[in-house]
Design a protein around this ligand. Structure first.
Ligand code: KG4
Ligand code: ZN
Length: 337
């Protein structure tokens, strides 16, 4: 049993992250430099600002990742990097760093899809059994994916408009909560009740797609209406009602897919996987309808953007003997799974 070490880079959005992963599942280091503070006053990620921060952080993160893992470049098996989807200027920083290191140390360069990374974060928790189902929910994505075998993805459905996390961030702003608002809305929701009965978009439609922009509008309209007539709305109830609507749809669609595609494991991945309301509802529904299915929700640090998940996904490609990238590797901002 040979020890394989992958140095992985992630810089698709507002986190610069470098990790060292052993044999695809053991995290030797996972350094994450977040830029959230620099973007907060703008209410969202400013691409130009993000690129500059990545440039400043990436080499320092690399040094830290290697020293914390107690390895040197000579110990590495391969270098992996997120090449899409994401912000092009941000992606290019991680790609440039990974290329330079791969070139200088004669290491294979493994290009990784950011969404595959979110899914394979689960590999850092426990061994995966195929086929499995993955619900990827983040600030940029809402996708229901069947994974029949290693690194093969069948996209069953996706959002037709806003991503789940994006909807959280937008209604959070209405509630006066800083970007990214998901966690605070989640906490607020636990102090309230679903009294507003917002729409559950597309829940009864016979597909696996999602839509959150109607919910966002209903939320905004309700708040504005309240303002107009001088009605004091309960913020916790607003948050709880919004959260109930989002999780009803996410859980409802996932359960529908589980009926059509039997699996033993369900993974919830991406930043919104950290959502307690979603986690609780999914746990309850699985226990009553699919007690045999194992729910895997990676810990908080592995749900958000990080390089450890990129290393985990890269090891799958290494095991599959996939082709490596050469130094012409470019960013693919709109990359699909
Ligand atoms: O995966 P991620 O770190 O970055 C993207 O690739 O988008 O996800 C960030 C998103 C943000 O929209 C944030 O508000 C949301 O995940 N988020 C949450 C929670 N924690 C983070 N949304 C709902 N509940 C949470 N507890
Ligand atoms: Zn992400």
């Amino acid at each position: 049993n040979q020890r394989q070490l992958i140095l992985a880079f992630e810089s698709s959005c507002d986190e610069t992250s470098v990790a060292v992963i052993e044999n695809g599942h053991k995290i030797l280091s996972n350094i994450i430099a977040t830029q959230i503070k620099s973007h907060q006053r703008f209410g969202g990620v400013v691409p130009e600002v993000a690129s500059r921060h990545h440039v400043e952080a990436v080499l320092h993160c690399t040094d830290l990742a290697l020293s914390e893992a107690q390895v040197t470049y000579a110990d590495l098996t391969a270098v992996a990097v997120t090449y899409g989807p994401g912000l092009v200027g941000s992606l290019l920083i991680g790609i440039s760093a990974a290329k330079a290191i791969a070139y200088a140390h004669q290491l294979p360069l493994i290009p990784v899809n950011h969404l595959a990374g979110h899914i394979y974060a689960a590999q850092l928790v426990k061994p995966l059994r195929y086929p499995f189902m993955a619900l990827v929910v983040s600030g940029g994505h809402t996708e229901l994916v069947l994974v029949p075998k290693p690194d093969e993805y069948h996209l069953l459905g996706e959002t037709r408009d806003d991503a789940a996390g994006e909807a959280y961030d937008k209604i959070g702003r209405i509630l006066g909560i800083n970007y990214p608002a998901g966690k605070a809305v989640d906490q607020l929701a636990h102090q309230g009740h679903d009294t507003f009965n917002f729409p559950r978009a597309m829940l009864d439609e016979d597909n696996y797609d999602f839509s959150f922009s109607g919910l966002k509008s209903a939320f905004i309209n309700r708040v504005h209406h309240g303002d107009q007539i001088g009605e004091e709305l309960n913020r916790a109830d607003l948050a709880a009602s919004f959260q109930a609507s989002v999780s009803d749809v996410l859980v409802g669609k996932t359960l529908r897919a589980l009926v059509a595609y039997p699996v033993q494991q369900l993974i919830i991945a991406g930043g919104v996987a950290a959502n307690q309301g979603l986690h609780e509802k999914m746990t309850v529904e699985l226990a009553s309808k699919f007690p045999e299915i194992d729910l895997i929700v990676p810990p908080l640090r592995l749900c958000g953007d990080n390089a450890a998940m990129i290393g985990a996904a890269a090891q799958i490609k290494l095991d599959n003997h996939d082709e490596f990238a050469d130094l012409s590797l470019n960013a693919a901002p709109g990359l699909d799974l």
